[in-house]
Write a protein that binds this ligand. Structure first.
Ligand SMILES: *Cc1c(COP(=O)(O)O)cnc(C)c1O
Length: 379
């Protein structure tokens, strides 16, 4: 099956008892048993719920994975991956991570004796320099947030294999429509489902996808034991969102491309981060591993101080000033004080997250209205 067909149908059958075409919201915490232990595969809803199972199977199909697990947030999903490790283990990861991931690694799991190396992954050979017998996991994100750096998924897979590391990719920014890391050698794909997969800014959810039996068993055990599992209503909302994922992504990419090119030559803009530009440092890798370049764009305002940056960020009519991304509506975000405020200033600025940087999540509104909004605010 091709992508759009899977987005609409995978994991879903008309309900066997009523014929309902849409997967019902099984709003139940528990299930009747015929005799102790004899049930239809569902015992208690933290472990399993039919609405969630349909969603997990659909997401697995979209990432060409054997297994899917949904969590109550993206951070809940990442948390489960790190919980496979034990004190003394080491993790190699990028120096340009989602702020919340960085915060969890440094402020939560560092206290449990897990050591994290935040390194420049633009050259995957750097990984070997930090790997030793305690290194267990390689965690990458591409494109990165918010500076849209591209990490070579396949090249990292070769190093991870050589060093025998579990290799996980946060695929939130690309979505499975643009990129499938498992096909390029990753062991685990993580998603903040909150973003493009849900797509309507009405759900917080995470997911892990894998085709590895032993990793799935460990992750499923943590999933049920630690309990960061989402409810059936949220699962239903994401199933509904997924049915238009391919249509939405196409529109995000089209609008993103027009806006990125408009901003690139605008006199008030110093720099535009978008992997579709031929002069993007890893454009060739992006072209190889992504099907298109998406609607996430970051800009540096020329000579703007914090006050002027705030003024611009607050002057839009169609773009809404808000955290998050990937919904149908366009959002604008000031990473230094919003999504990335938890990263110390020096580290943040070293990664390019300066005070006059703004991040756009280009939505699927009519391009004329988005352009008018941008032209007016930047006039
Ligand atoms: C939002 C986000 C997360 C965290 O997901 P939540 O659903 O907010 O917990 C992780 N990684 C990336 C790249 C994100 O954008």
């Amino acid at each position: 099956m091709k992508f759009g067909t899977k987005a609409i149908h995978a994991g879903q059958e008309p309900d066997p008892t009523t014929g309902a075409v849409m997967t019902p919201i099984y709003q139940t915490s528990t299930y009747a048993q015929e005799s102790p232990g004899k049930h239809k595969g569902y015992a208690y809803a933290r472990g399993k719920n039919p609405t969630r199972s349909a969603l997990e199977n659909c997401l697995a199909a979209l990432e060409n994975a054997k297994y899917g697990l949904c969590f109550s947030s993206g951070m809940g999903a990442t948390d489960a991956v790190i919980k496979m490790l034990k004190p003394g283990d080491e993790v190699i990861t990028g120096n340009d991570l989602y702020g919340g991931t960085y915060r969890m690694f440094t402020k939560v799991f560092a206290n449990y004796g897990i050591k994290f190396h935040f390194i420049d992954l633009s050259n995957p050979d750097n990984i070997s320099k930090y790997a030793n017998e305690n290194t267990k996991l390689l965690w990458i994100e591409t494109p990165t947030n918010p500076t849209m750096q591209i990490v070579d998924i396949k090249a990292c897979a070769a190093v991870a294999k050589k060093q025998q590391l579990i290799y996980a990719v946060d695929n939130t920014f690309a979505s499975p429509y643009l990129q499938n890391p498992l096909d390029l050698g990753a062991d685990i794909v993580m998603h903040s489902v909150t973003k493009y997969l849900g797509g309507h800014s009405d759900v917080v959810m995470g997911a892990l996808l894998t085709s590895d039996d032993s990793l799935y068993e460990k992750l499923a055990f943590i999933h049920n034991s630690c309990g960061a599992t989402p409810g059936p209503m949220d699962s239903f909302l994401v199933l509904r969102g997924l049915k238009t994922l391919h249509l939405r992504m196409k529109a995000h990419c089209e609008n993103g491309k027009v806006i990125a090119h408009f901003l690139k030559t605008h006199p008030k803009i110093e720099k535009v981060y978008w992997p579709g530009f031929t002069d993007h440092p890893n454009h060739e890798v992006a072209k190889q591993q992504m099907r298109d370049f998406g609607g996430m764009i970051s800009i540096v305002l020329k000579g703007a101080d914090l006050k002027e940056t705030f003024r611009i960020a607050s002057s839009f009519e169609v773009f809404t000033l808000a955290e998050s991304l990937g919904g149908v509506e366009s959002l604008i975000n000031h990473p230094a004080t919003m999504t990335h405020a938890s990263i110390p200033k020096a580290e943040r600025e070293a990664a390019g997250v300066v005070d006059n940087l703004l991040r756009l999540s280009v939505g699927v509104e009519d391009i004329e209205d988005l352009m008018e909004d941008l032209k007016r605010v930047l006039a």
